[in-house]
Design a protein around this ligand. Structure first.
Ligand SMILES: CC(C)(COP(=O)(O)OP(=O)(O)OC[C@H]1O[C@@H](n2cnc3c(N)ncnc32)[C@H](O)[C@@H]1OP(=O)(O)O)[C@@H](O)C(=O)NCCC(=O)NCCS
Length: 186
């Protein structure tokens, strides 16, 4: 009782950390494991276990989607993985989308994501998890990388091999690594 009131006891600390893990940031689980081993094990018996099956399901969808021939089947698999994908979207072969945070990735109507594109919605260096939006009629070139939190504007282009770490304004072209907006689309 005393510890609960003071906020210094295990029970109190534990509840705070579990709340944080309900919306986990990358690195939370590791920190939690180091600080409060037993509680982490309890957590494993409950929520993380569910997350494990979700991860297996999503990674299976990802694997299949990377290699199937049909664009519509690829898109169905990515939707099953949790991504939000509009109409008339094309996604090339062998892309890698962040399956652990797939629900944070949106590809709007008429967009085209070429083959071997990587889209990641988390960053364990900056310890952030952030949504990515590929807006209507935009183009992401072959081998480009789109990082967490980036919005590719309507009718924009991310050039082949570019690393988009910042937003691409509507109707513009981003090239290179680090990606820079070099021109407006005519
Ligand atoms: C972005 C893109 C559309 C630019 O085409 P463009 O407007 O015709 O560009 P240009 O050929 O006029 O090149 C303009 C400059 O950007 C450079 N450039 C073009 N594409 C580049 C790229 N992907 N990365 C870095 N620099 C690039 C050119 O070398 C040129 O540099 P310079 O002015 O110093 O000579 C094109 O290069 C691209 O990446 N297309 C995507 C291809 C693709 O993904 N295909 C897969 C099948 S859909």
């Amino acid at each position: 009782m005393k510890t609960e009131k003071s906020g210094a006891g295990n029970g109190y600390r534990r509840s705070i950390k579990l709340e944080r893990i309900a919306e986990p940031r990358v690195g939370d689980i590791r920190r939690f494991l180091m600080n409060e081993q037993i509680d982490m094990n309890e957590y494993y018996r409950t929520k993380v276990r569910k997350r494990y099956f979700r991860a297996v399901f999503r990674k299976t969808c990802q694997l299949l989607a990377r290699y199937v021939f049909s664009n519509s089947l690829r898109i169905s698999l990515y939707r099953m993985m949790g991504m939000k994908i509009g109409r008339n979207v094309f996604i090339g072969h062998d892309c890698y989308f962040d399956s652990d945070y797939a629900e944070l990735i949106t590809i709007e109507d008429g967009a085209m994501v070429s083959f071997r594109v990587i889209i990641v919605a988390h960053d364990s260096v900056r310890e952030i998890v952030s949504p990515i939006v590929i807006k209507k009629k935009s183009r992401v070139g072959v081998g480009a990388i789109v990082l967490a939190g980036v919005t590719v504007g309507e009718n924009s282009v991310v050039g082949a091999g570019a690393v988009a770490g910042t937003d691409v304004p509507d109707g513009s072209v981003m090239l290179g690594n680090p990606g820079r907006v070099v021109s407006k689309r005519t």
